[in-house]
Design a protein around this ligand. Structure first.
Ligand SMILES: NC(=O)c1ccc[n+]([C@@H]2O[C@H](COP(=O)([O-])OP(=O)(O)OC[C@H]3O[C@@H](n4cnc5c(N)ncnc54)[C@H](OP(=O)(O)O)[C@@H]3O)[C@@H](O)[C@H]2O)c1
Length: 291
């Protein structure tokens, strides 16, 4: 029996709290991963134009629809507008290319992958190309700017979140504005360099898992669910795709959450270093006027 994943209802949008991530999922692996995930109960699939795998993500999605595992309306497909499409006249080209690659008529949510202008995306909702809008990698000042100017409110801000980067202020801010935070890189992403801290091996995370009879990965997912957030878990490994679903049968205690928050070391696995000098680079504590 597929696991029934709870949803968060916000601004008329029903977002499944756990989604399958696909960043760095190779084109030759991701269609199978998506199909396995949908068969197991995942409904929320997160991809992006920039991941270079929308065509294969779409293959997995369409295969699951074709064989009767799900109907399109049961799925929540998210993709993202890449930063080279930010000019108002290019926004529609961005989504058209994504839809073409995915082989779908619409997506359920279209995110601006990194912070910049937003207004031009609203017409995509009017035209039925996406059902809702969201932002990603926006700091609270940048979300605020969008809220001042928008006609259609972003439902989600998708950002890096885990015990090494708990972002408690950003969570508080977004929740006060009724915006869902979606946590990405909950396991500490896919390590690229050997000297990055290994969240999945952190003794505190491991010990909490042992107490609950759960794996470190399951503790790290539950950490977000416990606080009313949604979370994306990337895996191309069928056993892990299934393991990451087994998070709705236990609860972390308040002490567990406190211990996990105390691991904070302001460590980002995803730094967008190449855009470090951009005026909208989101990860600096710069004065308001500079943002
Ligand atoms: N908006 C953005 O800018 C942004 C940025 C980063 C990520 N995201 C989204 O968020 C998703 C998740 O973040 P992420 O891909 O950075 O990293 P992540 O989900 O934190 O970690 C993925 C890594 O963890 C491994 N893994 C998965 N389940 C595991 C388990 N149960 N036990 C041990 N290892 C496990 C995966 O290996 P295998 O795949 O080999 O199993 C992979 O190496 C992305 O895929 C993407 O959809 C968005």
């Amino acid at each position: 029996m597929p696991v029934n994943i709870p949803t968060i209802l916000r601004s008329g949008v029903r977002l499944p709290v756990l989604g399958l991530g696909t960043w760095k999922s190779k084109p030759n692996e991701v269609a199978t991963a998506v199909k396995v995930a949908i068969g197991a109960g995942y409904r929320h699939i997160d991809t992006a134009w920039n991941y270079g795998n929308e065509a294969e993500v779409g293959q997995g999605v369409r295969a699951a629809i074709r064989d009767g595992t799900v109907e399109r309306r049961e799925l929540f497909i998210v993709t993202k507008l890449w930063c080279t499409f930010h000019r108002p006249e290019d926004v529609k080209l961005g989504i058209a290319d994504s839809l073409d690659k995915l082989g779908l008529d619409y997506v359920d949510m279209y995110l601006m992958h990194g912070p910049q202008g937003f207004k031009a995306m609203e017409s995509l909702v009017d035209e039925g190309l996406t059902r809702s809008l969201g932002v990603s990698n926006f700091n609270s000042r940048q979300v605020d700017r969008v809220l001042q100017a928008c006609r259609i409110k972003p439902v989600v801000n998708q950002v890096e979140l885990h015990p090494y980067l708990p972002q408690l202020d950003l969570i508080k801010y977004c929740q006060s504005k009724d915006i869902i935070l979606t946590a990405y890189s909950p396991f500490g992403s896919t390590p690229e360099v050997g000297n990055e801290p290994r969240l999945l091996e952190d003794p505190v995370v491991v010990a909490i898992g042992k107490r609950h009879g759960k794996t470190p990965a399951q503790v790290l997912l539950r950490y977000h669910l416990e606080r009313g957030l949604s979370v994306l878990a990337k895996s191309i490994t069928p056993a892990r795709i299934l393991q990451n679903l087994e998070v709705f049968d236990f609860r972390l205690t308040e002490d567990d959450i406190r211990s996990l928050n105390s691991l904070n070391r302001n460590h980002r696995y995803v730094t967008w270093q190449y855009s470090r000098t951009h005026k909208y680079y989101p990860f600096d504590d710069q004065p308001r006027s500079a943002q």
